[in-house]
Design a protein. Structure first.
Lengths: 359, 146
Protein backbone atom coordinates (compact mmCIF):
# COMPACT_ATOMS: atom_id res chain seq x y z
CA UNK A 1 0.00 0.00 0.00
CA UNK A 2 1.28 3.44 -0.84
CA UNK A 3 -0.01 6.31 1.22
CA UNK A 4 0.76 9.84 0.10
CA UNK A 5 1.39 12.12 3.00
CA UNK A 6 1.29 15.84 2.60
CA UNK A 7 1.97 18.57 5.04
CA UNK A 8 4.91 20.18 6.72
CA UNK A 9 5.53 22.75 3.99
CA UNK A 10 5.61 25.62 6.43
CA UNK A 11 7.82 23.67 8.81
CA UNK A 12 10.26 22.89 5.99
CA UNK A 13 10.32 26.49 4.80
CA UNK A 14 11.01 27.77 8.27
CA UNK A 15 13.63 25.09 8.90
CA UNK A 16 15.47 26.22 5.76
CA UNK A 17 15.20 29.86 6.80
CA UNK A 18 16.71 28.89 10.14
CA UNK A 19 19.45 26.99 8.32
CA UNK A 20 20.29 30.19 6.38
CA UNK A 21 20.32 32.15 9.60
CA UNK A 22 22.47 29.59 11.40
CA UNK A 23 24.89 29.48 8.47
CA UNK A 24 25.36 33.23 8.74
CA UNK A 25 25.84 33.02 12.50
CA UNK A 26 26.53 36.09 14.62
CA UNK A 27 25.95 39.13 12.39
CA UNK A 28 28.62 41.05 14.29
CA UNK A 29 31.18 38.69 12.76
CA UNK A 30 32.06 39.58 9.14
CA UNK A 31 30.58 37.33 6.45
CA UNK A 32 33.06 34.76 5.17
CA UNK A 33 34.25 35.47 1.62
CA UNK A 34 34.80 32.68 -0.90
CA UNK A 35 38.31 33.94 -1.56
CA UNK A 36 39.07 33.55 2.15
CA UNK A 37 37.91 29.94 2.06
CA UNK A 38 39.79 29.23 -1.16
CA UNK A 39 43.02 30.79 0.09
CA UNK A 40 42.99 29.98 3.80
CA UNK A 41 41.12 26.66 3.96
CA UNK A 42 42.80 25.39 0.82
CA UNK A 43 43.11 21.77 1.95
CA UNK A 44 39.39 21.54 2.70
CA UNK A 45 38.77 22.99 -0.77
CA UNK A 46 41.12 20.38 -2.22
CA UNK A 47 39.29 17.55 -0.49
CA UNK A 48 35.93 18.77 -1.77
CA UNK A 49 37.33 18.92 -5.31
CA UNK A 50 38.89 15.45 -5.06
CA UNK A 51 35.82 13.69 -3.68
CA UNK A 52 33.42 15.87 -5.64
CA UNK A 53 35.45 14.76 -8.67
CA UNK A 54 35.42 18.26 -10.11
CA UNK A 55 38.39 20.62 -10.14
CA UNK A 56 37.15 24.15 -9.52
CA UNK A 57 38.46 25.85 -6.35
CA UNK A 58 35.89 28.69 -6.35
CA UNK A 59 33.04 26.25 -6.65
CA UNK A 60 34.43 24.06 -3.88
CA UNK A 61 34.78 27.14 -1.66
CA UNK A 62 31.15 28.04 -2.31
CA UNK A 63 30.08 24.49 -1.53
CA UNK A 64 31.97 24.58 1.78
CA UNK A 65 30.32 27.87 2.71
CA UNK A 66 26.86 26.63 1.80
CA UNK A 67 27.44 23.37 3.68
CA UNK A 68 28.56 25.26 6.81
CA UNK A 69 31.91 23.47 6.59
CA UNK A 70 30.40 19.97 6.37
CA UNK A 71 32.84 18.45 3.88
CA UNK A 72 30.67 15.54 2.76
CA UNK A 73 27.65 17.83 2.29
CA UNK A 74 29.91 20.10 0.22
CA UNK A 75 31.03 17.11 -1.87
CA UNK A 76 27.35 16.28 -2.39
CA UNK A 77 26.69 19.81 -3.70
CA UNK A 78 29.63 19.54 -6.10
CA UNK A 79 28.54 16.12 -7.36
CA UNK A 80 25.04 17.45 -7.98
CA UNK A 81 26.38 20.47 -9.84
CA UNK A 82 28.74 18.27 -11.87
CA UNK A 83 25.81 16.38 -13.34
CA UNK A 84 24.48 19.62 -14.87
CA UNK A 85 27.67 20.25 -16.86
CA UNK A 86 27.95 19.03 -20.43
CA UNK A 87 31.11 16.99 -20.93
CA UNK A 88 33.10 18.49 -23.79
CA UNK A 89 35.66 15.72 -23.94
CA UNK A 90 38.62 14.17 -22.20
CA UNK A 91 42.15 15.39 -21.71
CA UNK A 92 45.19 13.51 -22.85
CA UNK A 93 46.46 11.42 -19.94
CA UNK A 94 48.58 13.73 -17.79
CA UNK A 95 52.32 13.10 -17.71
CA UNK A 96 53.11 13.53 -14.03
CA UNK A 97 56.87 13.43 -14.67
CA UNK A 98 56.37 16.94 -16.08
CA UNK A 99 54.84 18.23 -12.85
CA UNK A 100 56.25 21.47 -11.44
CA UNK A 101 57.32 20.11 -8.09
CA UNK A 102 56.27 21.78 -4.84
CA UNK A 103 57.02 18.71 -2.76
CA UNK A 104 58.71 15.49 -3.68
CA UNK A 105 60.02 12.94 -1.28
CA UNK A 106 61.10 9.33 -1.41
CA UNK A 107 61.30 6.93 1.48
CA UNK A 108 63.34 4.49 -0.60
CA UNK A 109 66.15 6.58 -2.12
CA UNK A 110 67.92 9.29 -0.21
CA UNK A 111 69.82 10.59 -3.22
CA UNK A 112 67.05 10.58 -5.77
CA UNK A 113 67.91 12.60 -8.89
CA UNK A 114 66.15 15.93 -8.53
CA UNK A 115 66.46 15.72 -4.74
CA UNK A 116 64.08 15.57 -1.85
CA UNK A 117 61.91 18.67 -1.67
CA UNK A 118 59.82 19.16 1.45
CA UNK A 119 57.41 21.84 0.22
CA UNK A 120 54.72 23.33 2.46
CA UNK A 121 54.36 20.35 4.79
CA UNK A 122 52.92 19.71 8.25
CA UNK A 123 55.68 17.11 8.76
CA UNK A 124 58.22 18.07 11.43
CA UNK A 125 55.80 20.56 12.98
CA UNK A 126 55.21 19.79 16.63
CA UNK A 127 51.45 19.79 16.40
CA UNK A 128 51.22 22.38 19.11
CA UNK A 129 48.41 24.88 18.75
CA UNK A 130 49.79 28.20 17.57
CA UNK A 131 47.90 30.83 19.52
CA UNK A 132 49.53 33.62 17.50
CA UNK A 133 47.31 32.63 14.57
CA UNK A 134 44.32 33.84 16.56
CA UNK A 135 45.71 37.38 16.29
CA UNK A 136 45.87 37.59 12.45
CA UNK A 137 49.66 37.99 12.40
CA UNK A 138 51.64 39.36 9.47
CA UNK A 139 53.20 36.38 7.74
CA UNK A 140 56.43 36.93 5.78
CA UNK A 141 56.58 35.40 2.30
CA UNK A 142 58.20 31.96 2.05
CA UNK A 143 61.98 31.92 1.71
CA UNK A 144 63.38 31.59 -1.80
CA UNK A 145 66.73 30.54 -3.18
CA UNK A 146 68.02 30.20 -6.69
CA UNK A 147 66.43 27.23 -8.39
CA UNK A 148 68.62 25.10 -10.63
CA UNK A 149 66.57 23.74 -13.49
CA UNK A 150 66.53 19.97 -13.01
CA UNK A 151 64.48 17.10 -14.32
CA UNK A 152 62.59 15.17 -11.72
CA UNK A 153 61.98 11.75 -13.27
CA UNK A 154 59.87 9.31 -11.33
CA UNK A 155 62.12 7.62 -8.83
CA UNK A 156 60.67 4.19 -9.52
CA UNK A 157 61.57 4.50 -13.20
CA UNK A 158 65.15 3.70 -12.12
CA UNK A 159 64.03 0.36 -10.70
CA UNK A 160 62.08 -0.17 -13.89
CA UNK A 161 65.20 0.42 -15.99
CA UNK A 162 66.93 -2.38 -14.04
CA UNK A 163 63.97 -4.68 -14.61
CA UNK A 164 63.27 -4.84 -10.88
CA UNK A 165 59.92 -3.05 -11.08
CA UNK A 166 56.96 -4.67 -12.73
CA UNK A 167 55.97 -2.78 -15.88
CA UNK A 168 52.56 -1.25 -16.32
CA UNK A 169 50.27 -2.68 -18.99
CA UNK A 170 49.05 -0.26 -21.64
CA UNK A 171 45.30 -0.70 -21.00
CA UNK A 172 42.51 -0.93 -23.53
CA UNK A 173 41.52 1.62 -26.17
CA UNK A 174 38.40 2.64 -24.23
CA UNK A 175 38.87 4.30 -20.86
CA UNK A 176 36.06 3.03 -18.61
CA UNK A 177 34.03 5.69 -16.81
CA UNK A 178 31.93 4.90 -13.76
CA UNK A 179 30.02 8.17 -14.12
CA UNK A 180 28.61 6.80 -17.38
CA UNK A 181 28.34 3.06 -16.78
CA UNK A 182 27.43 1.46 -13.46
CA UNK A 183 30.23 -0.47 -11.75
CA UNK A 184 30.43 -4.15 -12.56
CA UNK A 185 32.71 -6.72 -11.00
CA UNK A 186 35.41 -7.70 -11.55
CA UNK A 187 36.39 -4.11 -12.34
CA UNK A 188 39.53 -3.39 -14.32
CA UNK A 189 42.25 -1.35 -12.69
CA UNK A 190 41.39 1.88 -14.55
CA UNK A 191 37.90 1.75 -13.10
CA UNK A 192 39.18 0.95 -9.63
CA UNK A 193 41.55 3.92 -9.76
CA UNK A 194 38.72 6.24 -10.80
CA UNK A 195 36.59 5.03 -7.91
CA UNK A 196 39.46 5.39 -5.44
CA UNK A 197 40.40 8.87 -6.70
CA UNK A 198 36.91 10.13 -5.78
CA UNK A 199 36.54 7.84 -2.78
CA UNK A 200 36.19 8.99 0.81
CA UNK A 201 39.52 9.85 2.38
CA UNK A 202 38.60 8.47 5.78
CA UNK A 203 37.39 5.15 4.39
CA UNK A 204 40.51 4.70 2.25
CA UNK A 205 42.75 5.73 5.13
CA UNK A 206 41.24 3.05 7.35
CA UNK A 207 41.51 0.38 4.67
CA UNK A 208 45.10 1.31 3.89
CA UNK A 209 45.91 1.19 7.59
CA UNK A 210 44.28 -2.24 7.82
CA UNK A 211 46.72 -3.56 5.18
CA UNK A 212 49.61 -2.23 7.24
CA UNK A 213 48.26 -4.03 10.29
CA UNK A 214 48.17 -7.33 8.49
CA UNK A 215 44.76 -7.59 6.86
CA UNK A 216 45.92 -8.39 3.33
CA UNK A 217 49.61 -8.48 3.99
CA UNK A 218 51.48 -6.15 1.73
CA UNK A 219 54.24 -4.10 3.19
CA UNK A 220 54.52 -0.83 1.33
CA UNK A 221 57.26 1.76 1.04
CA UNK A 222 56.52 5.20 -0.29
CA UNK A 223 58.69 5.04 -3.38
CA UNK A 224 57.75 8.57 -4.21
CA UNK A 225 55.29 11.19 -3.15
CA UNK A 226 55.00 14.32 -5.22
CA UNK A 227 52.79 17.39 -5.15
CA UNK A 228 52.87 19.97 -7.87
CA UNK A 229 51.25 21.89 -10.68
CA UNK A 230 50.64 20.22 -13.95
CA UNK A 231 49.26 21.49 -17.22
CA UNK A 232 46.44 19.53 -18.78
CA UNK A 233 46.24 19.17 -22.55
CA UNK A 234 43.43 18.28 -24.86
CA UNK A 235 43.13 17.82 -28.57
CA UNK A 236 40.63 20.28 -30.03
CA UNK A 237 38.97 18.90 -33.14
CA UNK A 238 37.95 22.34 -34.43
CA UNK A 239 41.63 23.34 -34.41
CA UNK A 240 43.29 20.04 -35.22
CA UNK A 241 45.92 20.39 -32.49
CA UNK A 242 46.42 20.18 -28.72
CA UNK A 243 46.36 23.04 -26.28
CA UNK A 244 47.31 23.16 -22.60
CA UNK A 245 43.94 24.42 -21.48
CA UNK A 246 44.28 24.09 -17.72
CA UNK A 247 46.75 23.95 -14.88
CA UNK A 248 45.88 21.97 -11.77
CA UNK A 249 47.53 20.96 -8.53
CA UNK A 250 47.89 17.20 -8.05
CA UNK A 251 49.27 14.82 -5.44
CA UNK A 252 50.74 11.53 -6.61
CA UNK A 253 52.01 8.56 -4.64
CA UNK A 254 53.77 5.48 -5.91
CA UNK A 255 54.15 2.75 -3.35
CA UNK A 256 56.69 -0.04 -3.74
CA UNK A 257 55.74 -3.51 -2.63
CA UNK A 258 57.63 -6.76 -2.73
CA UNK A 259 56.34 -9.48 -5.00
CA UNK A 260 57.59 -13.02 -4.52
CA UNK A 261 57.32 -13.91 -8.16
CA UNK A 262 55.27 -16.59 -9.84
CA UNK A 263 55.79 -19.35 -12.40
CA UNK A 264 55.84 -16.81 -15.18
CA UNK A 265 57.34 -13.76 -13.49
CA UNK A 266 60.55 -13.33 -11.51
CA UNK A 267 60.59 -11.84 -8.03
CA UNK A 268 60.36 -8.09 -8.39
CA UNK A 269 58.75 -5.00 -6.97
CA UNK A 270 55.22 -3.95 -7.79
CA UNK A 271 53.51 -0.61 -7.56
CA UNK A 272 50.45 0.81 -5.93
CA UNK A 273 49.29 4.08 -7.35
CA UNK A 274 47.53 7.13 -5.98
CA UNK A 275 46.64 10.34 -7.83
CA UNK A 276 44.39 12.99 -6.32
CA UNK A 277 43.26 16.53 -7.12
CA UNK A 278 44.88 19.13 -4.91
CA UNK A 279 47.32 18.73 -2.05
CA UNK A 280 46.27 15.60 -0.24
CA UNK A 281 49.06 13.21 0.58
CA UNK A 282 47.15 11.20 3.19
CA UNK A 283 44.60 10.38 0.51
CA UNK A 284 47.22 9.71 -2.19
CA UNK A 285 49.19 7.30 0.03
CA UNK A 286 45.97 5.58 1.13
CA UNK A 287 44.87 5.22 -2.47
CA UNK A 288 48.22 3.70 -3.46
CA UNK A 289 48.05 1.12 -0.67
CA UNK A 290 44.45 0.17 -1.45
CA UNK A 291 45.19 0.04 -5.18
CA UNK A 292 48.02 -2.39 -4.45
CA UNK A 293 45.86 -4.50 -2.13
CA UNK A 294 43.20 -4.74 -4.86
CA UNK A 295 45.81 -6.16 -7.24
CA UNK A 296 46.12 -9.33 -5.13
CA UNK A 297 44.04 -11.43 -7.49
CA UNK A 298 45.90 -10.32 -10.62
CA UNK A 299 49.23 -11.04 -8.88
CA UNK A 300 48.08 -14.43 -7.64
CA UNK A 301 48.61 -13.53 -3.98
CA UNK A 302 46.94 -15.16 -0.99
CA UNK A 303 43.44 -13.79 -0.61
CA UNK A 304 42.60 -14.41 3.01
CA UNK A 305 39.40 -12.43 3.11
CA UNK A 306 41.01 -9.12 3.99
CA UNK A 307 38.56 -6.25 3.34
CA UNK A 308 41.11 -4.17 1.40
CA UNK A 309 41.59 -7.02 -1.11
CA UNK A 310 37.87 -7.40 -1.74
CA UNK A 311 37.16 -5.17 -4.68
CA UNK A 312 33.41 -5.41 -4.44
CA UNK A 313 33.56 -4.43 -0.77
CA UNK A 314 35.98 -1.54 -1.36
CA UNK A 315 34.45 -0.09 -4.50
CA UNK A 316 30.85 -0.44 -3.33
CA UNK A 317 31.52 1.41 -0.09
CA UNK A 318 34.22 3.99 -0.83
CA UNK A 319 31.91 6.63 -2.24
CA UNK A 320 30.73 8.88 0.58
CA UNK A 321 27.82 10.32 -1.38
CA UNK A 322 26.44 6.90 -2.18
CA UNK A 323 27.04 5.78 1.40
CA UNK A 324 25.53 8.78 3.10
CA UNK A 325 22.62 8.81 0.67
CA UNK A 326 21.63 5.33 1.66
CA UNK A 327 22.52 5.77 5.29
CA UNK A 328 20.54 8.96 5.71
CA UNK A 329 17.47 7.87 3.79
CA UNK A 330 16.46 5.80 6.82
CA UNK A 331 15.67 8.99 8.70
CA UNK A 332 12.98 9.87 6.16
CA UNK A 333 9.38 8.76 6.76
CA UNK A 334 8.99 4.97 6.82
CA UNK A 335 5.64 5.11 8.60
CA UNK A 336 3.98 2.39 6.53
CA UNK A 337 6.96 0.01 6.58
CA UNK A 338 7.15 0.45 10.30
CA UNK A 339 3.41 -0.14 10.76
CA UNK A 340 3.85 -3.45 8.97
CA UNK A 341 6.69 -4.43 11.31
CA UNK A 342 4.66 -3.37 14.30
CA UNK A 343 1.74 -5.49 13.13
CA UNK A 344 4.06 -8.45 12.66
CA UNK A 345 5.54 -8.18 16.17
CA UNK A 346 2.05 -7.90 17.68
CA UNK A 347 0.89 -10.94 15.74
CA UNK A 348 3.92 -13.02 16.81
CA UNK A 349 3.27 -12.10 20.42
CA UNK A 350 -0.44 -12.92 20.13
CA UNK A 351 0.38 -16.29 18.55
CA UNK A 352 2.95 -17.10 21.22
CA UNK A 353 0.52 -16.16 23.99
CA UNK A 354 -2.18 -18.36 22.43
CA UNK A 355 0.25 -21.31 22.19
CA UNK A 356 1.29 -20.87 25.81
CA UNK A 357 -2.35 -20.80 26.95
CA UNK A 358 -3.06 -23.98 25.02
CA UNK A 359 -0.13 -25.91 26.60
CA UNK B 1 60.92 40.75 -23.89
CA UNK B 2 63.06 39.05 -26.50
CA UNK B 3 60.79 36.04 -27.02
CA UNK B 4 59.74 35.39 -30.57
CA UNK B 5 56.01 35.59 -31.05
CA UNK B 6 53.90 32.75 -29.71
CA UNK B 7 52.29 30.13 -31.89
CA UNK B 8 48.52 29.85 -31.92
CA UNK B 9 48.68 26.65 -29.92
CA UNK B 10 50.72 28.39 -27.22
CA UNK B 11 48.58 31.51 -27.03
CA UNK B 12 45.37 29.51 -26.79
CA UNK B 13 46.84 27.67 -23.79
CA UNK B 14 48.22 30.82 -22.20
CA UNK B 15 44.84 32.58 -22.44
CA UNK B 16 43.01 29.47 -21.20
CA UNK B 17 45.09 29.32 -18.02
CA UNK B 18 45.23 33.07 -17.28
CA UNK B 19 43.06 34.52 -14.51
CA UNK B 20 40.32 36.76 -15.90
CA UNK B 21 41.47 39.72 -13.82
CA UNK B 22 44.90 39.59 -15.45
CA UNK B 23 43.46 39.20 -18.91
CA UNK B 24 41.00 42.03 -18.33
CA UNK B 25 43.67 44.38 -17.02
CA UNK B 26 45.85 43.79 -20.06
CA UNK B 27 43.10 44.02 -22.61
CA UNK B 28 40.40 46.44 -21.49
CA UNK B 29 39.66 47.39 -25.14
CA UNK B 30 36.10 47.62 -26.27
CA UNK B 31 35.36 44.38 -28.07
CA UNK B 32 35.47 44.62 -31.85
CA UNK B 33 32.43 43.89 -33.95
CA UNK B 34 31.87 40.14 -34.18
CA UNK B 35 29.26 37.42 -34.51
CA UNK B 36 28.95 34.37 -32.31
CA UNK B 37 29.63 31.01 -33.87
CA UNK B 38 29.18 29.47 -30.46
CA UNK B 39 28.09 31.50 -27.47
CA UNK B 40 30.04 30.85 -24.29
CA UNK B 41 29.10 27.49 -22.81
CA UNK B 42 30.23 26.18 -19.42
CA UNK B 43 31.08 22.50 -19.22
CA UNK B 44 33.68 20.04 -18.08
CA UNK B 45 36.63 18.14 -19.45
CA UNK B 46 37.52 14.76 -17.96
CA UNK B 47 41.13 14.75 -16.78
CA UNK B 48 42.88 11.45 -17.31
CA UNK B 49 45.85 9.99 -15.48
CA UNK B 50 47.79 6.79 -15.98
CA UNK B 51 47.99 3.79 -13.67
CA UNK B 52 51.47 3.82 -12.12
CA UNK B 53 52.09 7.13 -13.95
CA UNK B 54 52.92 5.31 -17.20
CA UNK B 55 50.30 2.56 -17.69
CA UNK B 56 46.63 2.36 -18.61
CA UNK B 57 44.74 5.64 -18.80
CA UNK B 58 42.05 6.20 -16.17
CA UNK B 59 39.55 8.95 -15.43
CA UNK B 60 40.74 11.05 -12.51
CA UNK B 61 37.94 13.62 -12.37
CA UNK B 62 36.65 16.59 -14.29
CA UNK B 63 37.77 20.20 -14.52
CA UNK B 64 35.40 23.07 -15.32
CA UNK B 65 35.94 24.82 -18.65
CA UNK B 66 34.13 27.34 -20.83
CA UNK B 67 34.21 27.41 -24.61
CA UNK B 68 33.23 29.96 -27.20
CA UNK B 69 33.79 30.71 -30.88
CA UNK B 70 33.49 34.01 -32.75
CA UNK B 71 33.80 35.35 -36.28
CA UNK B 72 35.12 38.81 -37.11
CA UNK B 73 33.62 40.82 -39.99
CA UNK B 74 36.76 39.96 -42.04
CA UNK B 75 35.86 36.27 -41.68
CA UNK B 76 38.58 35.33 -39.19
CA UNK B 77 37.42 32.74 -36.69
CA UNK B 78 38.53 32.63 -33.08
CA UNK B 79 38.11 29.81 -30.56
CA UNK B 80 38.50 29.54 -26.82
CA UNK B 81 38.48 26.65 -24.37
CA UNK B 82 39.39 28.24 -21.06
CA UNK B 83 39.75 26.86 -17.54
CA UNK B 84 36.94 27.78 -15.15
CA UNK B 85 33.35 28.95 -15.51
CA UNK B 86 33.80 32.53 -16.61
CA UNK B 87 31.90 33.28 -19.81
CA UNK B 88 33.59 36.69 -20.12
CA UNK B 89 36.98 35.00 -20.13
CA UNK B 90 35.85 32.65 -22.90
CA UNK B 91 34.48 35.58 -24.91
CA UNK B 92 37.69 37.56 -24.52
CA UNK B 93 39.74 34.48 -25.29
CA UNK B 94 37.90 33.75 -28.52
CA UNK B 95 38.11 37.40 -29.63
CA UNK B 96 41.80 37.56 -28.82
CA UNK B 97 42.39 34.34 -30.74
CA UNK B 98 40.67 35.84 -33.76
CA UNK B 99 42.42 39.21 -33.54
CA UNK B 100 45.83 37.60 -33.03
CA UNK B 101 45.41 36.07 -36.48
CA UNK B 102 44.81 39.48 -38.08
CA UNK B 103 47.11 42.43 -38.71
CA UNK B 104 46.46 43.53 -35.13
CA UNK B 105 48.15 40.34 -34.00
CA UNK B 106 51.68 41.66 -33.76
CA UNK B 107 50.67 44.46 -31.44
CA UNK B 108 48.55 42.14 -29.28
CA UNK B 109 51.47 39.74 -29.01
CA UNK B 110 53.42 42.57 -27.40
CA UNK B 111 50.69 44.18 -25.31
CA UNK B 112 48.77 41.10 -24.12
CA UNK B 113 50.60 37.84 -24.71
CA UNK B 114 54.06 38.96 -23.62
CA UNK B 115 52.85 40.25 -20.22
CA UNK B 116 50.63 37.18 -19.72
CA UNK B 117 53.57 34.92 -20.41
CA UNK B 118 55.82 36.96 -18.13
CA UNK B 119 53.29 36.76 -15.30
CA UNK B 120 52.90 33.00 -15.70
CA UNK B 121 56.67 32.55 -15.79
CA UNK B 122 57.01 34.70 -12.71
CA UNK B 123 54.59 32.44 -10.81
CA UNK B 124 56.45 29.35 -11.97
CA UNK B 125 59.78 30.87 -11.02
CA UNK B 126 58.55 31.84 -7.54
CA UNK B 127 57.31 28.32 -6.90
CA UNK B 128 60.58 26.86 -8.13
CA UNK B 129 62.57 29.18 -5.85
CA UNK B 130 60.41 28.31 -2.86
CA UNK B 131 60.71 24.61 -3.59
CA UNK B 132 64.48 24.97 -3.94
CA UNK B 133 64.61 26.52 -0.47
CA UNK B 134 63.04 23.37 1.00
CA UNK B 135 65.34 20.94 -0.78
CA UNK B 136 67.14 18.72 1.68
CA UNK B 137 70.94 18.77 1.82
CA UNK B 138 71.89 15.50 3.44
CA UNK B 139 75.15 15.32 5.27
CA UNK B 140 76.71 12.35 6.94
CA UNK B 141 77.86 12.47 10.51
CA UNK B 142 81.36 11.07 10.77
CA UNK B 143 81.63 8.61 13.59
CA UNK B 144 84.67 7.25 15.34
CA UNK B 145 88.29 8.06 14.54
CA UNK B 146 88.69 9.03 10.84
Amino acid sequence: MYVAVKGGERAIENAHAWLDDARRGDRDVPDLGLAQIREQLALAVDRVMAEGSLHDPDLAALALKQARGDVIEAVFLIRAFRTTLPRFGASLPVDTSQMQILRRISATYKDAPGGQVLGPTFDYTHRLLDFDLAQAPDVPPAPEIKAEPADTPHILSHLGAEGLMQGEGPGGPEVPDLTRTPLEFPAERALRLQALARGDEGFLLSLAYSTQRGYGRNHAFVGELRIGHLRVSAHLPELGFEIEFAEILLTECESVNQFQGSKTEPAQFTRGYGLVFGQSERKAISMALVDRALRARELGEDMDGAPAQDEEFVLSHCDNIQSSGFLEHIKLPHYVDFQAELELIRKLRRDAAARQAAE
Amino acid sequence: MSDPSLSRRDWLGLIARAPLARLGALWPDDPPEFTWLRKPEVGAMMVQGRAGAVGAAFNLGEVTVTRASVRLPCGTIGHALVQGRDTRKAERGALLDALLQTERGERLQATVLAPLLAAERQETETRARRAAATKVDFFTLVRGEG
